[in-house]
Ligand binder design. Structure first.
Ligand code: GTP
Length: 595
């Protein structure tokens, strides 16, 4: 055990975590030349294309220093806020971490939030300044920021280029010298922490764990403490580039177990594995159910695809236990599902995977958060869809989730950022200079306000010089009202939203204006109205037109005429018929596109 080192790499998005991991694997000869593909740990196609790490992965390296053989377990972690629970579990299975900071960008929001997670778990932190090969690198300033952040000595900070490999041997040396070996008793009752799992279509679910105490042998009867399920350890092993089977894994080490598990719900990151016969007295603490906070309706474009959509979602859920879905129906969109996501990026990824892996074309409605609605008798229900809000006369109060947000930016963008957050019903709770003209702003904000076009606005007003991170802090009572949109007098449930009473009129007006742009003229006038309860607060009209697509086909060219008519028919397919009105898909996302 004294020659094992368990570590992770934490960094703000794009600071070079995966590239550095590639260099470490190469230097320790864990992967050979022809296996080397950029970012070998990001093995999902989608990950490689988007250049981001979605799921955590782990890999074991052999490394020899001063004649001693070391086992280095690298746990790769996702950098994005939506997946912070996975980051925290991965970190919990390490004794140390590399804190990677981009020499051109300096300390950013997720550098800090990930560092706090690491410090919470008492990890040894090795600060590394990456990308020193770049012309725009300013490592000395970044070094000052890190000294300020960690209170460390400048000599402790390493510099490297994950692209050229410069500085990589020094990093391996620091891992061995500065990160403590794991502790634990191989003879004690088994206690292993699940930090990740992946679905393999041939083998079932592969569960990744770190043994804190005890030893697990092939064939043992084990149970997962929080779910209560029991399994035989059919196959055990360590994680090389491929799975490498072993007969046992002991305290301090990281490994995988395969037990024919098919349902991702049975495997929860953060759960404890122990023996059925000689169980540990307590589960590893900190187990937490990840709860989706952002919800949206997902509907097949072709109503016949409803069952296909269900089976696609089921398959996706197999390796993404944080995705939830329940059937719902909408008068406007027919039968579909209300899906729950960890955040907006998660939602985007699910949508893209449906399209790419399952060829499912879907309409996604405007996302909303999870509300707590209290009736006059004091009963609480969680409402995941504005259309499902109970009769207002029965409601005592509505609470919505609030986040604590941290934004790191340059001082010249401070004014516009504060204005943006205030316009989103936020309050500034703190501001602090990090170095020179860079500062960290903290806000309390309703989550519901950031699920709609917040990132994009933040990015554009700061010209990209703002990084953002958040965690859910509380539920608070808010004056929320349901805003309905009516087309020719009929409410369209898929366009309803819950919004703050003070913003409802202006939102209603802008929604009507936007829908007027998006809904094409048809054979009759279309009235677009916004209403709160029975009160109409805004109205626009789309004037009628009679569009004769064949008018310009003079003479008798029949085939050309037919082609045009077919084209028009295909165009109609991408429309949804609501009552007498044809509504294009993009109208359902109108609220996201308001100026
Ligand atoms: P996420 O997985 O999305 O969190 O990103 P990451 O932190 O893993 O970053 P990644 O390794 O994907 O690197 C981001 C970009 O920076 C890629 O285009 C890399 O090629 C580039 N990059 C990483 N390290 C270096 C470096 O040392 N020098 C230069 N010039 N580019 C680098």
């Amino acid at each position: 055990m004294k020659n094992i080192r368990n570590f992770s790499i934490i960094a703000h998005i794009d600071h070079g975590k995966s590239t550095l991991a590639d260099r470490l694997l190469e230097y320790t000869k864990t992967v050979t030349g022809h296996e080397m593909q950029n970012q070998v740990l990001d093995d999902m196609d989608l990950e490689r294309e988007r250049g981001i790490t979605i799921k955590s992965h782990a890999i074991q390296m052999d490394y020899i220093e001063d004649g001693q053989q070391y086992t280095l377990n690298l746990i790769d972690t996702p950098g994005h806020v939506d997946f912070s629970y996975e980051v925290s579990r991965a970190i919990a299975s390490c004794e140390g971490c590399l804190l990677v900071v981009d020499a051109t960008q300096g300390v950013q929001a997720q550098t800090i939030s990930n560092l706090y997670l690491a410090l919470d778990h008492d990890l040894a932190v090795i600060p590394v300044i990456n990308k020193i090969d770049m012309d725009s690198a300013h490592p000395d300033e970044v070094e000052d920021e890190i000294v300020e952040l960690l209170g460390c000595d400048p000599s402790e900070i390493l510099r490297c280029s994950a692209r050229t490999g410069e500085g990589v041997p020094e990093i391996l040396d620091a891992i061995v010298k500065r990160i403590p070996a794991p502790q634990g008793d191989p003879q004690a009752p088994l206690q292993a922490l699940i930090f990740d799992s992946v679905f393999n279509p041939f083998r079932g679910i592969i569960v990744y764990f770190k043994v804190l105490n005890g030893t697990i042998h092939k064939g043992d009867l084990v149970k997962f403490v929080n779910t209560g399920e029991q399994y035989h350890a059919d196959e055990l092993g360590v994680l090389k580039l491929k799975l490498a089977p072993r007969d046992k894994i002991s305290a301090g080490n990281v490994g995988y177990i395969i037990s024919g598990i098919k349902d991702s719900k049975e495997v929860r990151v953060g759960d404890t594995i122990t023996h059925v016969d000689n169980p540990c007295s307590e589960a590893i603490e900190g187990f937490q159910e990840v709860k989706p906070m952002v919800f949206a309706g997902v509907y097949p474009i072709d109503p016949e695809d409803f069952e296909n959509l269900r089976s696609s979602l089921e398959k996706l859920q197999l390796n993404d236990a944080s995705l939830t879905f329940t059937p719902e129906s909408s008068i406007a969109l027919g039968f579909g599902f209300r899906c729950g996501f960890l955040g907006l990026l998660h939602m985007e990824i699910v949508q893209e995977r449906l399209d790419r892996e399952f060829n499912m074309e879907v309409i996604t409605t405007v996302p909303n958060v999870s509300y707590k609605v209290y009736d006059k008798k004091g009963n609480m229900t969680e409402v995941h869809n504005p259309a499902g809000l109970p009769d207002v006369t029965t409601i005592e109060k509505i609470e919505e989730p609030y986040i604590h947000a941290s934004i790191i930016t340059l001082s010249e963008y401070m004014g516009p950022i504060i204005t943006l957050c205030l316009s989103k019903r936020g309050t500034l709770t703190n501001q602090k200079y990090i170095s020179g003209n860079r500062l960290e702003l903290s806000f309390d904000l309703p989550l519901g306000e950031i699920v709609i076009d917040f990132y994009d606005k933040l990015k554009s007003i700061s010209k990209g010089y703002a990084s953002f991170d958040y965690y859910i802090s509380s539920y608070r009572e808010s004056k929320l009202v349901k805003l309905d949109i009516l087309l020719n007098g009929k409410p369209v449930d898929a366009l309803s939203s819950l919004t703050h009473a003070d913003n409802a009129v202006s939102l209603g007006r802008r929604m009507c204006e936007k829908l007027k742009e998006l809904i094409p003229r048809q054979q009759y006038d279309i009235a677009i109205q916004a209403a709160i309860g029975a009160k109409i607060i805004a109205r626009e009209t789309v004037k009628q037109v009679r569009k004769d697509v064949t008018a310009k086909c003079y003479g008798g060219d029949v085939s050309r005429k037919r082609k045009l008519l077919e084209k028009q028919k295909a165009g109609k397919k991408r429309m949804k018929q609501i009552g007498t009105v044809q509504v294009p898909q993009k109208a359902f996302l109108a609220v996201l596109k308001l100026d």
